[in-house]
Design a protein around this ligand. Structure first.
Ligand code: ADP
Ligand code: ASP
Ligand code: MG
Length: 594
């Protein structure tokens, strides 16, 4: 007998027949003697339909009223499922988020969960009842003292389920959905996608934030931080699906379930060198050639960053260990001789990184990191961002000072700080999954000063408007006045607000201006084995070059490589990368059975 939290998504409860099928599944599990809390989403496309209904009345409806409206979707499905269970002779009771005690912040439309008051749930479970809980919703106390209905953001029922599992210390949280589990990519985009029997929460966090919509990123954050066993499996079969692993087990603090300290690690790696190639031609195959040559010569490249700049030429920058600098320099020079461009190299650099779950989903964190460095007068040479890690390459002589300042800013203790840690990931696959995010836009801010505080100012201005930016790339080339360009990607729906948020800042920098890029898609490969396996990036670039797809922007982090390509080529790019790494066949080859 176990206490299980089971969540059924919208498609799984999309019709009366499906609700009956789900009820049968739950009844079987209950009859085995398990204690069950079941979380459900709204039926089928209900949330979209309700949103459209509001849009026919107003383009900008008040968020509070949207929460009031959207939360009704889940209320229909909990009641129907409860009725179906009772019809089967199972004692079940439906509960709204408020009734069950899911307490959130007051931010309508994207509220984070602060606490789950488990007493009502425990009382019902001890009476032998199945409790059917409305996902996606919670309650917060308004300034007037009334209980307000809040929602957690689209896809948020997954987060409701993991929060309940955390609070109840459930044995497992099972996410039942319309696919067999987490696959190597979205099966709607690549039909050869294969099931992954296991993957780490860090890998899933990257994939989920890069467009793999099978899990809400915040659900994975909670599972990672509190060590919840999370399984994603099919609503239609009894197959076991995918199990997500995590080594953490944080006890619930007083800071709020979803608000706990997101940064839980800091590391400094010294003896790094930066190599920059400026003004290289902007055409398919350039990055593939360069990084293949480096890989053949055994040079292990760490961060890679590229963006297209004025005049449609690229700057490519990468880092290697200092001892590999001369070899890497020679190879880069020989490539430049063929294609043209300029070389800049710099040794005596260090990489300072913070890690945790959901870093980029909280825009204030990267802003605090950059701001802390700038207050110490430390200039940032390169930035690499991801959902689980943000790294800054800085002058090594300032490494210790930066480390101290950051550990204070994020209140980290000795055990969370590592200096020159060993490379992780050996024995893990270099690429486990591929995701694409079509909702991104590329923006460049041209002519920004190259001095401490620039990235911090940009990031803070956006963070104050609640906007997360990603793939932050500083140009290699400098204008005559010493200024540079900074490119980044952000969510398309945030573009207009970003324009407004940045304009007061740009007014302070003479000559600086904002340029919105063409329609783009971000395609990313994720794998825990990446740090230990040289040449992964080269292979991803080769996959795209073979498909004659041009890369507009490259941003890598420890376990992910993201390439921005034109919107029209997004799906083809995803398929090219998936096939190149043989993800469609790999499980068959390994003879994995389900
Ligand atoms: P639910 O309604 O059950 O919450 P979602 O639509 O939110 O379901 O998530 C399931 C969908 O996620 C799948 O139908 C699939 O198209 C999509 N998806 C995207 N990436 C992946 C992936 N890597 N693995 C599995 N499914 C994925
Ligand atoms: N019904 C909500 C949505 O469609 C929440 C969820 O399904 O997870 O976004
Ligand atoms: Mg979902």
């Amino acid at each position: 007998m176990a206490l299980l939290v089971q969540k059924f998504g919208g498609t799984s409860v999309g019709s009366v027949d499906r609700i009956k099928a789900v009820a049968n599944k739950i009844a079987t599990c209950k009859e085995l003697g398990n204690e069950l809390v079941v979380v459900v989403s709204a039926m089928g496309q209900t949330t979209d339909e309700l949103t459209n209904l509001a849009q026919t009345i107003s383009k900008n409806p008040p968020q509070r009223e949207m929460d009031m409206l959207l939360s009704t979707g889940e209320q229909v499905s909990i009641a129907l499922l409860s009725i179906a269970l009772n019809e089967l002779g199972i004692q079940a009771v439906s509960m709204t988020g408020a009734q069950v005690g899911i307490v959130t912040e007051s931010a309508h439309g994207r509220a984070r969960i602060l606490e789950v008051r488990t007493e009502p749930l425990k009382a019902l479970l001890s009476e032998g009842k199945v409790v059917v809980v409305a996902g996606f919703q919670g309650t917060s106390l308004s300034s007037r003292g009334t209980a307000e209905i809040t929602t957690l953001g689209r896809g948020g029922s997954d987060t409701s389920a993991v929060a309940l599992a955390t609070a109840l210390e459930a044995e497992t949280c099972e996410i039942f959905t319309d696919v067999p589990g987490v696959l190597t990519t979205d099966p709607r985009k690549e039909s050869s996608a294969q099931l992954m029997p296991t993957l780490s929460c860090d890998e899933m966090l990257e994939l989920a934030s890069l467009g793999a919509a099978v899990l809400h990123p915040r659900a994975v954050e909670l599972a990672r931080n509190y060590g919840v066993t999370l399984r994603v499996r099919s609503s239609w079969t009894d197959d076991l699906g995918t199990i997500l692993t995590s080594s953490n087990r944080r006890s619930q603090g007083r800071e709020g379930l979803e608000l706990g300290r997101p940064v839980d690690g800091l590391e400094l790696i010294d003896k790094q060198a930066v190599i920059g190639l400026a003004h290289v031609p902007d055409k398919p195959g350039i990055a593939a050639d360069l990084f293949e040559k480096l890989s053949v010569e055994g040079v292990n490249v760490d961060l890679i960053i590229q963006a297209t700049h004025e005049g449609n030429s690229n700057d490519i920058t990468f880092t290697v260990e200092e001892k590999e600098l001369s070899k890497a320099k020679k190879i880069s020079q020989s490539v430049l001789q063929e294609i043209g461009g300029e070389l800049v190299t710099q040794n005596g650099m260090a990489k300072l990184s913070i890690s945790g779950a959901g870093i980029m989903g909280r825009p204030g964190i990267a802003a605090t990191l950059f701001d802390t460095l700038s207050r110490k007068g430390i200039n940032i040479r390169l930035i690499a961002t991801s959902e689980v890690k943000v790294s800054c390459v800085i002058d090594a002589s300032l490494g210790a000072k930066g480390l101290r300042a950051i550990s204070e800013a994020f209140e980290l203790n000795e055990s969370q700080i590592k200096i020159n840690p060993e490379i992780t990931g050996s024995g893990e696959p270099e690429v486990r999954g591929v995701a694409m995010d079509p909702d991104q836009a590329q923006v460049s801010v041209q002519g920004v000063p190259d001095k401490p505080g620039t990235a911090a100012a940009l990031c803070s201005a956006l963070a104050e408007s609640g906007i997360s930016l990603d793939a932050i790339v500083q140009s290699e080339r400098q204008q005559k006045d010493g200024s540079r360009d900074i490119s980044f990607t952000l969510k398309k729906c945030d573009l207009m607000q970003a324009d407004n948020a940045l304009s007061p800042l740009l007014a302070k920098w003479p000559g600086a201006h904002l340029k919105n890029g063409p329609a783009i898609t971000r395609v990313s490969a994720v794998g825990a084995g990446m740090p230990a396996k040289p040449g992964t990036a080269a292979r991803m670039f080769r996959a795209l070059a073979n498909a004659k797809i041009n890369i507009a922007l490259i941003a890598t982090s420890e376990i992910r490589i993201s390439c921005v390509v034109s919107e029209a080529e997004g799906i083809r790019a995803l398929q090219a990368v998936h096939n190149y790494f043989e993800l469609g066949n790999s499980l068959e080859k390994q003879n994995i059975q389900y």
